[in-house]
Every structure is written in structure tokens, then in C-alpha cells.
Design a protein around this ligand. Structure first.
Ligand code: ZN
Length: 336
């Protein structure tokens, strides 16, 4: 099979490798679509994200969909030919975190395209059957792949406890911010979406935002709603100015959820956090989100295909990883 391998910053090549054999509880999946994520781009450009450094050749890509073509021992034969969305992080099922239900926080989790674990810019991959989630036929290959970023959005909604009537401010109108906006709207929230770039806000209304502002146009603290600020602020930028502006706009007892990666340590406004009894939390990927993600996609309640702005082959993973620089680009998809 063909596999796209990253040899170091900016260095990609296609390599022939043997098709892997599924072990007990595993299946062989022929990959259909793989969404390209900001983290793939970071590894490609800089060869690292924070503590994770590419030291050996690495296969990128962690947002896959595909079809089960072969079964390992102990897997139900009904699964052959099943179209699936692959959940990329495999925890140790007996870790304290897994047993407590937040398996994403297991320190031993093996996650696609996080050194030294290879990702899925490949024709085939072997994966535990339990982490291959069946999708109905009317959900496209691309949409099935994008259940991964949808899961990020579901985890953010859950961390913010966003529900009926919540007033939510979302910073960042890229794929993650748009999906957070859509999921919060579905949960019954009134969503305000901001981004530094005006053109990125164009899709806001289609993705559930009741109002959009560029960061510069954003009304002063608390003005957006009479009688108080937002119940929840969700950052999907990882940019310091956006993160710092959030807590100021929260109502008393408001919740701040940090999703976007990239910011280093920043100053905490202690009097504000105390005076309004704010809660500040973050999310690390997701746990237990796929059943909901599959259901939302199956019911047509989320627009995943609308995020895809380009398709690429395995030979053009470089094009996929650099597509984000083009105006209007949201999500590139590799189709091995
Ligand atoms: Zn991702």
C-alpha cells in the first residue's frame, strides 16, 4: 500500500509499505477520506507541537473514515463492508482515567499522527473495532471523517455546559469554531461568533451564529446582552488576545472553555475570576462523543460537507497541508 511519510519539517514522500494485518479485536480499514487538521500543518511546518517532536519518519492525518475490509480474531463478521468513522485515540482500557470515563486523559493513549504513532495518510490502517464507529450510507465519506472535529466541538459544548438559552461567545471562525457554534445552537444557545478576519465570519449564520463581530468591532464588555455578559466563552483560536478578552465578557458565574491550542502561559485576571466567580477550564480532545456525532450527522443536523474546500490525493498531501493559506480555505481532505 502507499503511505505518505513526513521525514522532517517540509519533507514528505510517498512510500510503499505492506498492508497491515489486524490482530485480536482489530479490523483492517480501507481509508476513504482524511480531514487535514491544524496539528498536521504544525508537524509539517515545524516538526513539533509543544512537547511532541517528530524524531522518526511519521505518517500524519488523524481524521479518517473508511470501510472495514478484513477482520482480526474475535470481531463480528457483520462488520465486513461496514463504512466507519475512526476515533483516533486508543487508551489503555484499564487505566484509572479510562475506568473513570474520561479515557482521553489516559497518559498512555495512542493517538494517530502524534509521535511516535503513525497516522492515516495511507491506503489502509489497522484499528480496534471498538473505535471504528459505523455510519449510515447517507453520511458521506468526508462527513464521516469530520466527525473528529465535530467531536472536538461536542466536548467544548459539554465542558461549557451549554444548553437551552445559554448566551455563548465563540472566538475563532475556522472549522472548529464553526462546528462549536453549530453544536451550541443545536443545544438551544444564542451564539455570538468572532474572528479577526471579516471574511471568515461569512459562514457564521449558516453555522448557527445569531450575530457575528470582528474582534475589532466587538462591543465593549457586557454590552452584547443587556443586564450582563455571556454565560459561556469558548476559545477556538489559541491566540492570546482572544483568550484574554473572553473572561471580561462573561457574566457572573460564567464559564470559560479553552479549546484552541497554541497559546503559552498567559496572565490570569485573578480579581475578575474571583469577583464574578468564573470557571476556567480546557478540553483535551474528547471522550464518548462519537455516538452523538454519528447521530447528528445521520439526522442532517450538522453541516460537515460544507466545510470541505479542497480534495487531494496521497501524492499531494503537501498541497493539502498548505491549502489553508488560500483565501476562503476551511478544510482540506485527503482521499487515499
Ligand atoms: Zn483534528
Amino acid at each position: 500500500m502507499q503511505v505518505s511519510v513526513l521525514d522532517g519539517p517540509g519533507k514528505l514522500r510517498v512510500e510503499e509499505r505492506p498492508v497491515p494485518t489486524p490482530g485480536p479485536g482489530e479490523v483492517l480499514v480501507r481509508i476513504s477520506s482524511v480531514g487535514v487538521c491544524g496539528s498536521d500543518t504544525h508537524y509539517y511546518r515545524e516538526g513539533r507541537i509543544g512537547p511532541y517532536v517528530v524524531e522518526e519518519p511519521l505518517v500524519l492525518g488523524h481524521e479518517p473514515s473508511g470501510e472495514i475490509v478484513e477482520l482480526g480474531p474475535g470481531v463480528s463478521s457483520r462488520l465486513v463492508g461496514q463504512r466507519v468513522s475512526l476515533e483516533p485515540g486508543i487508551p489503555d482500557p484499564l487505566s484509572a482515567e479510562s475506568l473513570a470515563g474520561h479515557y482521553n486523559l489516559d497518559p498512555a493513549v495512542r493517538f494517530f499522527a502524534t509521535p511516535p504513532v503513525d497516522g492515516v495518510f495511507a491506503e489502509y490502517v489497522v484499528h480496534p473495532a471498538a473505535f471504528c464507529h459505523p455510519v449510515p450510507d447517507h453520511v458521506s465519506d468526508d462527513a464521516a471523517a469530520l466527525l473528529e472535529p465535530l467531536s472536538v466541538a461536542l466536548a467544548a459544548r459539554s465542558a461549557g455546559d451549554v444548553g437551552l438559552g445559554s448566551k455563548v461567545l465563540v472566538a475563532g471562525a475556522g472549522p472548529i469554531g464553526l462546528l462549536i457554534s453549530q453544536v451550541c445552537r443545536l443545544a438551544g444557545a444564542a451564539v455570538t461568533l468572532t474572528d479577526v478576519r471579516e471574511e471568515r465570519l461569512e459562514l457564521g449564520p449558516r453555522y448557527g451564529a445569531a450575530q457575528t463581530f470582528t474582534a475589532a468591532e466587538m462591543p465593549a464588555s457586557g454590552d452584547a446582552y443587556p443586564g450582563g455578559g455571556y454565560d459561556v466563552f469558548i476559545d477556538a483560536t489559541g491566540a492570546e488576545p482572544a483568550i484574554l478578552s473572553g473572561p471580561q465578557r462573561l457574566a457572573p458565574r460564567g464559564r470559560c472553555v479553552l479549546v484552541g491550542m497554541g497559546a503559552d502561559s498567559i496572565a490570569l485576571p485573578v480579581p475578575l475570576v474571583q469577583g464574578r466567580e468564573l470557571t476556567i477550564t480546557g478540553t483535551f480532545r474528547y471522550a464518548n462523543t462519537w455516538p452523538t456525532a454519528v447521530e447528528l450527522a445521520a439526522q442532517g443536523l450538522v453541516d460537515l460537507d460544507g466545510l470541505v474546500t479542497s480534495h487531494h490525493t496521497l501524492k499531494d498531501v503537501e498541497g493539502a497541508l498548505t491549502a489553508g493559506a488560500k483565501p476562503g480555505a476551511l478544510k482540506a481532505v485527503v482521499r487515499p
